[in-house]
Design a protein around this ligand. Sequence first.
Ligand code: FAD
Length: 312
Amino acid sequence: MLLTGSAATRARFSFEVFPARSGAAALALGHAVQHLSAAGPDFISVTYGANGSNRDASLDLLRYLRGNTDALPLAHLTTVGETPDAIRATIHGIMDAGVHDFLALRGDPPRGLGEDDPAVSGSLDAVQLVELIAQARAERPPLTSVGRTAVAAYPNGHPLSRSRAEDIEWLIAKQEAGAQFAITQLFFRAEEYLGFVDDARSAGLEIPVLPGLMPVSTIAQLRKVASLAGRPAPPELERALEEAGGYAPELGVEHTRELARELLAGGAPSIHLYTFNRHEQVLAVLRDLELLTPDPVSPAHHLRSAVDAPNS
Ligand code: FAD
């Protein structure tokens, strides 16, 4: 689809939220997603617990987004510890709730289990899950959404992979299985994403790769992001957070804004913001980037335009 005017030139964005773990957190999340939805994201993705641990809570949140906001929900799905039949039933349950867009993941081993445990090594991998979603979709054709399948990408390598070449090969296998776009693991520096995407393009990757970014507020969050990114946090950001007493949301906003600027200038198709179930920081990033002006294009069109664009 071709967009015209400002919608064609303005960069796009999407959000990630996770199911609330208490009644009070659910109330706060309801408030946050109203604000996130009003910003007009391409989609809001909802995480899924390993082993189906928060399956019901994920489905409730997807239903809430579907029924109470204008945002297009996208369901994360993991396979670890679940049989193909159980996963197929979950996919159908999500589709029956009117949600047809998925992020296909293998997931991490549940606490206490290693990679070699049969419950883990016997699970479907992400490529097989992309194929299973395609089959399930054929059995339940979408009525209200185009139904896209996303997959994860790791700019700094996944702990299981031995080399960047293996990571890229695996990402291309997901593309060949039918994935339409990828969302990255968190990272701190634009060159980590841009270098990975460049190498992947040279190897034959064609699908858009959405950079995943999270504005941190605390030292603990910064360390968590560093462990997920597989790279140390920028020392100046860590120092500034420490000097501020360990809590400074404005520093996370500033870092994410500058990172997003470099990524978009380098060709990233849009930015995917991990919200930590809060709207203030991610909306501050978007406001600073002047991406918050509303436009009349529907959420489903946003998803299509973000993932159809020929770009990084
Ligand atoms: P895969 O892509 O299947 O494998 C990861 C890596 O392992 C590959 O990149 C490759 O290097 C290697 N590898 C695996 N199999 C092969 C193979 N056969 N051949 C070659 N290489 C192989 N976890 C949750 O539990 N719930 C969530 O909601 C969730 N959301 C996420 C969202 C995003 C954007 C990201 C990046 C991660 C998310 N995760 C989530 C974490 C994810 O489940 C873990 O990172 C998990 O370890 C890998 O899942 P995957 O689907 O990326 O795995």
